[in-house]
Design a protein around this ligand. Structure first.
Ligand SMILES: *[C@@H]1O[C@H](CO)[C@@H](O)[C@H](O)[C@H]1NC(C)=O
Ligand SMILES: *[C@@H]1O[C@H](CO)[C@@H](O)[C@H](O)[C@H]1NC(C)=O
Ligand SMILES: *[C@@H]1O[C@H](CO)[C@@H](O)[C@H](O)[C@H]1NC(C)=O
Ligand SMILES: *[C@@H]1O[C@H](CO)[C@@H](O)[C@H](O)[C@H]1NC(C)=O
Ligand SMILES: *[C@@H]1O[C@H](CO)[C@@H](O)[C@H](O)[C@H]1NC(C)=O
Ligand SMILES: *[C@@H]1O[C@H](CO)[C@@H](O)[C@H](O)[C@H]1NC(C)=O
Ligand SMILES: *[C@@H]1O[C@H](CO)[C@@H](O)[C@H](O)[C@H]1NC(C)=O
Ligand SMILES: *[C@@H]1O[C@H](CO)[C@@H](O)[C@H](O)[C@H]1NC(C)=O
Ligand SMILES: [Cu+2]
Length: 590
């Protein structure tokens, strides 16, 4: 056994109390979000879909580090559960407020609300987002969550813009969920429209002219903008660039400042966030180019169908050009020719290029206590499911397919009967990290883990897609990890360590597992990504692929950080309201 240091947090606040206020109609939350399912026009089509406060994306929330806020989420969908996850926030002192259905909480029933408590640590600021964690809802039910830096940001910029990237599908959440879990699988197609801040002109055929439009990113000449990029896409890796503007400079990744890295083309996976600096053209440069509007060209990568969409970078005419000389591009049609020629997918994008701007205390190889290998593989047996080291997890049971689905959320189950639900650490160590009984991955507070995610060619019983590979954005809840990088083929410690020499890994919460090739041999290892992390925040946290289709098909794992005394550190009666479906902190609408 290793001797593991217990972080000061637990010594100081061994039994800290959440002192939860009474959550009834008399409690006034700081923010309110309403989740509905409704018909809405998006990108020129009408779709019945799940939305936050009636819009796609939902309203941007701006909080400040050090703050504690209560956010009340109403489930106004008459026939579906919902939750909200605060993507990227550690939720260290609010393990009930992580928004993972059947993991950290009971889902919010129809006509009920749930009060989420967000305690933003003083050292947490940057670009985050919130989204539903149920089924396919977050395809449209998501919004930006910006944590303001209360100090002076280390990079100077005049202003900032948020760019939310989402994908548009013409099927309802229900249709998507039913089709991709059907036996045999019924595909529902690739996206026919990337949304930028909710706007696009989709290829589905325009029936609603009012919403078939390009988003306009309005800027002034000669300024520095911080563009906050939020990857809220469901299945497609995105590649984009701005016409006529040269490079973008990356300064933030998943809530941590990085040293500046220039890129000509940006790639963005679901769940990833970046800030990039964009230097806008001066009046002289604009005069020379003869334009005030420039295309942002956006294309899908790592999918069979390439969708090409646009937004506009639109300059205010602050240079005093005569109005009849300012050529404006149409916001209701595409360019006749693609203005840019974006390259094929760049594998290992930013690998070992991003470095932390400030020292971040990355554990050394010597400090690592344990390594867990997550073998990520799809199998086809009529239906398709994903396995991570033989675990296929989904919050909703699907037919007779071999998913793990708990009947009670793990955190609740632990309060009710910790003997039965606490994973057996030793049994897990003997089984590659996963406890055979609960199918959860336990870790001890103070441990330093390395998680190797290994992409493996699929097994196809009916020979439909033997050796298929996909690219996956892997996301961890419960805190950030240090990203050690990626590579082709089978993971090897030597190759990984060689790549790390002289590098300082950045803290992330979502990074890409690439596929390098579209297919390989069944069971062939093809592509890896490695994270290192200190196990600090007790709770039940998910580690999963962020493509919604893959999540629904089982590509999710559940980790239990800490022993019972840590996980259950908040006692009754404070937690009482969380323990039953539809109770208390979950309030009933009057
Ligand atoms: C969401 O909508 C509700 C009701 O209209 C409103 O009270 C609330 O302020 C909105 N939330 C945000 C973050 O805009
Ligand atoms: C942030 O720092 C202030 C001042 O030191 C302290 O009062 C506050 O509790 C801290 N907030 C959090 C969430 O740690
Ligand atoms: C909502 O969640 C409850 C508790 O897990 C579950 O019993 C119920 O089937 C869910 N409802 C729907 C419509 O998925
Ligand atoms: C969605 O779009 C695809 C491609 O255009 C089309 O084949 C399909 O019928 C559409 N489905 C629905 C439900 O509109
Ligand atoms: C939508 O716009 C197109 C192009 O401008 C036009 O041809 C069409 O008639 C419009 N449709 C409706 C329903 O307004
Ligand atoms: C724009 O308007 C000015 C003043 O009305 C005129 O002198 C000029 O020729 C016009 N330019 C163009 C390109 O039409
Ligand atoms: C997964 O299951 C297969 C077949 O049952 C077994 O050979 C393999 O060792 C398991 N892998 C892990 C990581 O548990
Ligand atoms: C991709 O597949 C090709 C053809 O099978 C093979 O030659 C190549 O080595 C593979 N590349 C990687 C990175 O695995
Ligand atoms: Cu995936």
């Amino acid at each position: 056994m290793y001797s593991l240091p217990i972080p000061a947090f637990y010594l100081a606040f061994g039994i800290c109390s959440l002192a939860a206020p009474v959550h009834d109609a008399s409690f006034t939350p700081d923010y309110i979000l309403h989740i509905t399912a409704q018909n809405i026009g998006i990108g020129g089509i009408q779709r019945y879909t799940t939305v936050v406060n009636g819009t796609v994306p939902g309203p941007e929330l701006r909080l400040t580090s050090g703050e504690t806020v209560w956010i009340r989420v109403y489930n106004d969908i008459p026939d579906r559960n919902t939750t909200i996850h605060w993507h990227g926030l550690a939720q260290a002192v609010s393990p009930w407020a992580d928004g993972t259905p059947m993991v950290s909480q009971w889902p919010i029933p129809p006509h009920h609300f749930f009060d989420y408590r967000l305690v933003i640590p003083n050292d947490t600021f940057g670009t985050y987002f919130y989204h539903s964690h149920v089924g396919f809802q977050s395809s449209t039910a998501s919004g930006a969550l910006i944590i303001e830096d209360p100090g002076i940001p280390p990079y100077a910029y005049n202003d900032e813009r948020t760019l939310m990237f989402q994908e548009l599908f013409n099927y309802t959440d229900d249709q998507v969920e039913t089709r991709i879990t059907a036996d045999p699988l019924v595909w529902f197609g690739e996206t026919n429209g990337f949304l930028v801040n909710g706007d696009t002109i989709s290829d589905y055929g325009v029936v609603d002219n009012a919403t078939a439009r390009l988003n306009t990113i309005e800027v002034e000449p000669g300024k520095m903008y911080r563009l906050r990029l939020v990857g809220a896409t469901t299945l497609s890796y995105a590649s984009f660039a701005f016409e006529g503007h040269g490079g973008l400079e990356i300064i933030e990744a998943d809530g941590s400042y990085t040293t500046p890295v220039s890129v000509d083309v940006m790639q963005l996976g679901g769940g990833e966030r970046y800030s990039v600096l964009l230097h806008t053209k001066t009046c002289d440069e604009l005069r020379e180019s003869g334009k005030l509007d420039f295309y942002m060209q956006l294309e899908s990568r790592t999918r069979t169908y390439v969708v090409t969409n646009y937004a506009l970078l639109r300059y205010h005419n602050s240079c005093g050009f005569p109005e009849n000389a300012t050529h404006r591009l149409s916001t209701t049609s595409y360019p006749a020719e693609k203005p840019l020629d974006l390259p094929p997918v760049i594998n290992d994008f930013l690998n070992h290029k991003l470095e932390p701007l400030f020292p971040n205390d990355c554990p050394t190889a010597d400090e690592v206590n344990r390594r867990v290998i997550l073998n990520a593989q799809q199998t086809e047996n009529g239906y398709y499911i994903w396995h991570d080291s033989n675990v296929s997890w989904s919050e909703t049971p699907v037919g007779s397919q071999p998913y793990t689905t708990p009947t009670t959320p793990y955190l609740v189950a632990l309060y009710n009967d910790q003997e039965a639900y606490l994973p057996d650490y030793d049994a897990a160590i003997a089984s590659g990290g996963v406890d055979p009984k609960t199918k959860t991955f336990p870790a001890k507070i103070g441990e330093v883990l390395e998680i190797v995610i290994q992409n493996i060619g699929s097994i196809s019983v009916h020979n439909q897609t033997p050796g298929a590979l996909e690219a996956h954005p892997w996301h961890a809840h419960g805190g950030h990890f240090y990203d050690l990088g990626s590579g082709a083929g089978a993971w090897s410690a030597d190759v990984m360590e060689a790549g790390l020499i002289g590098k300082n890994p950045v803290r992330r919460d979502t990074t890409m597992l690439f596929r390098y090739n579209e297919t390989t041999q069944p069971n062939e290892k093809s592509g890896w990504r490695v994270w290192r992390l200190r196990v600090e925040n007790a709770g039940v946290w998910m580690v999963h692929c962020h493509w919604l289709q893959h999540m629904i098909q089982g590509m999710q794992t559940v980790w239990v950080f800490g022993d019972a005394e840590h996980v259950l550190r908040v006692g009754r009666p404070e937690v009482e309201g969380y323990l039953a479906y539809g109770r208390d902190v979950v309030g009933r609408r009057s």
